[in-house]
Design a protein around this ligand. Structure first.
Ligand SMILES: NC(=O)C1=CN([C@@H]2O[C@H](COP(=O)(O)OP(=O)(O)OC[C@H]3O[C@@H](n4cnc5c(N)ncnc54)[C@H](OP(=O)(O)O)[C@@H]3O)[C@@H](O)[C@H]2O)C=CC1
Ligand SMILES: Nc1nc(=O)c2c([nH]1)NC[C@@H]1CN(c3ccc(C(=O)N[C@@H](CCC(=O)O)C(=O)O)cc3)C=[N+]21
Ligand SMILES: [Mg+2]
Length: 284
């Protein structure tokens, strides 16, 4: 039986409609949520993601600002820009697009963002609160993935979830959130031996490696929910996931497409975090 395609784009759209109503209400109270995105350098993929973020803000009525700096920007300059944004009451959320040029320390930059404005959920305080299960800003991609899985009607509790990838922005946090939803979680990475043996036991398989088409139907248990996080531009210029969509579609029960799956959910969770940051900051 062919998998149901999990149209993240449609789910994202319906959440954005709800957010637009919420933002309209906030505006009546004089609260205008604002997001500032800082982009250093001229990586074309980064520019493309950042455009998606501005468009998302526009759709729901969030005021967005883009600060573009060239690749030679120093760490000191960037830290001082962040300091200014921390102090600016019109800015509720700050996102510094990663990766940064090699001469800038990503951890120093992330730590400079005020945790209340950390809409990426990357600050050590946000990460620590997530690990402890405290209420906090959740990282956008992992949060979007959990929302998508829930929309399938799949009960996460008790299921075996396998996550491939252990990055700080996707693999690690999504495995933690799945565990908090009471899944039994296995984490795989580039040093995992016999990958297929692990993935074939997954009721829920989350793939976040950045390796185009590395997962085929031989990796997937019939009936599994498969979430493809990868966004890879191949030679033809086409955008593809980490999963061989056509063949995995034959065995999975649900499968996310690329594009149109996890990506739009990521941006929507960013919008959601920005709105919640604005509400929290307005109370003070
Ligand atoms: N749709 C969205 O919203 C988003 C999409 N992405 C995309 O998701 C993908 C992953 O991103 P990110 O987590 O930042 O990537 P990273 O490169 O930071 O991490 C990749 C992870 O995959 C593991 N890995 C690599 N190759 C293999 C392999 N052959 N077998 C098993 N594990 C492997 C690595 O293992 P090891 O740790 O051992 O090196 C690492 O843990 C990228 O394509 C990225 O563009 C990312 C963020 C958001
Ligand atoms: N500080 C920071 N926060 C991030 O959240 C962050 C980051 N840095 N660096 C890079 C990764 C990657 N990422 C994506 C977001 C949306 C899509 C997305 O919307 N993709 C569309 C296609 C986009 C296109 O056509 O290029 C889709 O999948 O449908 C993809 C990737 C966020 N990231
Ligand atoms: Mg990375």
């Amino acid at each position: 039986m062919a998998a149901t395609i999990l149209q993240g784009k449609e789910v994202a759209q319906s959440i954005r409609t709800e957010l637009a109503t919420e933002v309209a209400d906030l505006k009546k109270q004089g609260i205008i949520p604002g997001l500032t995105v800082v982009l250093v350098g001229d990586d074309p993929a980064s520019h493309s993601y950042v455009r998606g973020k501005s468009k998302g803000c526009e759709e729901v009525g969030i005021r967005s600002e883009l600060i573009l700096k060239d690749a030679s920007t120093t760490e000191e300059e960037l830290l001082s820009i962040i300091q200014g944004l921390n102090e600016n009451p019109n800015v509720n959320g700050i996102l510094v697009q990663l990766p940064l040029p090699a001469h800038i320390s990503e951890s120093a930059v992330i730590e400079a963002i005020h945790p209340e404005k950390d809409v990426d959920g990357f600050h050590p305080i946000s990460v620590g609160n997530m690990v402890l299960g405290n209420e906090t800003m959740l990282p956008c991609t992992p949060h979007g993935i959990i929302e998508l899985i829930k929309r399938t009607g799949t009960e996460i509790a008790g299921k075996h979830a396998v996550v491939i990838g252990r990055s700080n922005i996707v693999g690690k946090p999504v495995s933690l959130l799945l565990q908090q939803e009471n899944a039994t979680v296995t984490m795989c990475h580039s040093r995992t031996q016999n990958l297929e043996e692990h993935t074939r036991r997954a009721d829920i398989l989350v793939v976040a490696t950045g390796k185009a088409h590395m997962i085929g139907k031989e990796h997937v248990k019939p009936g599994a929910v498969v979430i493809d996080v990868g966004v890879n531009r191949i030679e033809t210029g086409k955008l593809v996931g980490d999963v061989k969509f056509d063949e995995v579609q034959e065995v999975a029960s649900f499968l996310t497409p690329v594009p149109g799956g996890v990506g739009p959910m990521t941006i929507t969770m960013l919008l959601k975090n920005t709105v919640s940051a604005a509400k929290k900051q307005a109370k003070r």
